[in-house]
Design a protein around this ligand. Structure first.
Ligand SMILES: Cc1cc2nc3c(=O)[nH]c(=O)nc-3n(C[C@H](O)[C@H](O)[C@H](O)COP(=O)(O)OP(=O)(O)OC[C@H]3O[C@@H](n4cnc5c(N)ncnc54)[C@H](O)[C@@H]3O)c2cc1C
Ligand code: FES
Length: 520
């Protein structure tokens, strides 16, 4: 079977054996090292074989002058021959698999695969060294030709699962490379999961194409829990500069956050919608930044902090971070490390309940802490994210210190009171529960009644009128609806002045104060 396999070291070893005897035997007869016995049976090839006519193998004895180490070389060569062939075949088979993988059009039973498999078998047909080399080079050539001529997987499939289909319209050269922003939910794999505190966890996912965002914006995620689909918003905690991934950091509170903690592991797929939100990093200016966070609401500010360190390394940033206990400090190591390494950044962590070590500030964030921590706070842009009581207290303090209102932006995570950038939320004075108003939907022709507990969105959903919604927190703007007549109160400042004048509201945070007609 190995007839003709030439191995230089072997040939030189054999040439030194002048008196080798010939006989018909097989390579399996390779035996021990007794001086009187045959120790190796070697196949002849080429000229040697022609000279010896019938003989196919020569047998070598130690007594023929073969030294022990020469016999070892010969033995190794013949024992290695099948391994060499198997190795080369494996490389060829690897090429076949790669070929099939890269061109799904070729299919398992196609001509291309058939020829490729033949190449994979070629090492056994061309078992001389020269034959192996030629076979391998031809196979590589075949592979390259297929690459050029056949459509590849990369060309057929969008680069990432999330990539939207191209509309085929011609675009300017620069635009052609710009990813389009997907409008709907896209699936993306979770790459890693980290525990930040006992009940706060970070989920790192592959960043889908078109998911550009500004530090501070949020993702909308769709999760199946209790047999239904639920949608929630989570601020992105990673910086926009991290191109390959994005992270959300979630506190275990209720249904969706609980499901994320319980079920989402690396490798899981999650459905997410493109980032949105009007609470984001103030770029294009050099005023100092003051970030004020409460509990898990540090997430959008963490993205801003990371972005500031990366993108504006001389801009002063001061973080005031309030948590209940030392165990509740999320990103503790990173905050410490950033403060140690970057002179532009200072962090003050306030522990409101329980003991605080010397490195922390005991109690809540107060005027003294703000003014000593950030002496130039009146000139700073202040970004706050925390629960409503903290937000009220902090905006009061900033106003007292003399920070102008336009320099204060904030975000709240809780539905119905959420507001985003541009002043405190409108006071939410719900009409009494037993007061029932009429609500008419102009486009669908339906009508219903609304009690004091319901938002406009809930009333529409209850009578089957579809108003698209996402965050249900007055943040994303998806439920923007025009009021045609009647009085309403919208608890969000997301909408601009023009929208307000035109009667638009965010239905998820709007209460009805008289009989109304809306465009839905
Ligand atoms: C713009 C935006 C960004 C957000 N970013 C984050 C984030 O980065 N990390 C994060 O963990 N959450 C964030 N949230 C909150 C998140 O969307 C969910 O509201 C939260 O995870 C609770 O959802 P759930 O389904 O687990 O609880 P649910 O089952 O909906 O609610 C369970 C109970 O908890 C109460 N509750 C709901 N939300 C809160 C809350 N935030 N604080 C206290 N009690 C609450 C509800 O009133 C209810 O009684 C954000 C919300 C918005 C609007
Ligand atoms: S659903 Fe997002 S603003 Fe209403």
């Amino acid at each position: 079977m190995f007839k003709g396999l030439r191995v230089p070291r072997f040939s030189s070893a054999v040439s030194r054996i002048g008196r080798a005897r010939l006989q018909n035997a097989s390579p399996a007869d390779i035996i021990g090292s007794d001086k009187s016995k045959v120790v190796a049976v070697l196949p002849l090839h080429g000229r040697q074989k022609r000279d010896r006519r019938q003989a196919r193998y020569k047998t070598v004895r130690l007594s023929d002058g073969l030294k022990l180490h020469e016999m070892f070389v010969m033995y190794s060569v013949y024992a290695a021959a099948p391994s060499i062939l198997a190795f080369v075949t494996t490389i060829h088979l690897g090429l076949v698999v790669l070929r099939a993988h890269r061109s799904p059009a070729a299919g398992a039973y196609s001509f291309v695969t058939f020829v490729s498999v033949l190449f994979a078998g070629s090492p056994w047909l061309l078992s001389s060294l020269l034959g192996l080399v030629i076979g391998f080079v031809v196979h590589l050539g075949w592979f390259a030709a297929c690459e050029r001529l056949l459509p590849t997987l990369a060309a057929k499939t969008p680069k990432r699962a999330a990539a939207p289909a191209s509309d085929g319209a011609p675009r300017p050269a620069g635009m052609a490379q710009m990813a389009r922003r997907p409008r709907d939910f896209v699936k993306t794999p979770v790459l890693a999961v980290f525990d930040e505190t006992p009940d706060v966890r970070t989920f790192r996912m592959a960043r889908p194409e078109g998911f550009e965002f500004k530090a501070g914006q949020f993702l909308t995620i769709r999760v199946r829990a209790d047999g239904k689909e639920h949608v929630r918003c989570y601020s992105i905690s990673s910086p926009p500069g991290a191109q390959g991934h994005l992270e959300i950091t979630v506190k275990r509170i209720g249904l969706v956050s609980g499901a994320l903690h319980a079920t989402v592991r690396p490798g899981a797929m999650v459905s997410v919608k493109a980032p949105a939100g009007a609470f984001f990093y103030p770029a294009g200016e050099d005023r100092p930044l003051v970030l004020i966070a409460g509990g898990v609401c540090i997430t959008p500010l963490m993205s801003m902090l990371r972005h500031a360190i990366d993108a504006e390394p001389t801009r002063p940033v001061t973080l005031f971070y309030s948590v209940r206990t030392v165990e509740d400090i999320a990103f503790a190591d990173e905050i410490q490390m950033l403060a140690r390494r970057h002179a532009q950044f200072q962090a003050f962590i306030a522990i409101s309940d329980g003991p605080a070590g010397p490195e922390f500030f005991p109690g809540r964030i107060n005027e003294a802490l703000l003014t000593t921590g950030a002496p130039d706070i009146v000139h700073a842009v202040c970004l706050i994210c925390g629960p409503p009581p903290m937000l009220d207290a902090t905006t009061g303090l900033l106003t007292k210190i003399g920070v102008p209102q336009p320099q204060i932006s904030f975000e709240i995570f809780q539905a119905a009171v959420a507001a985003s950038a541009g002043g405190p939320p409108v006071a939410k004075a719900s009409p009494p529960r037993d007061v029932v108003r009429g609500l008419r939907f102009e486009r669908s022709g339906s009508a219903t009644t609304v009690d004091g507990d319901q938002t406009m969105l809930e009333a529409a959903e209850a009578c089957g009128v579809a108003i698209p919604s996402l965050c249900r927190a007055g943040v994303c703007g998806t439920c923007r609806t025009q009021v045609l007549s009647g009085d309403v109160q919208c608890a969000s400042r997301m909408l601009d002045e023009q929208d307000r004048q035109d009667g638009f509201v965010l239905a998820c945070v709007t209460r009805i104060e008289s009989d109304c007609t809306i465009d839905a």
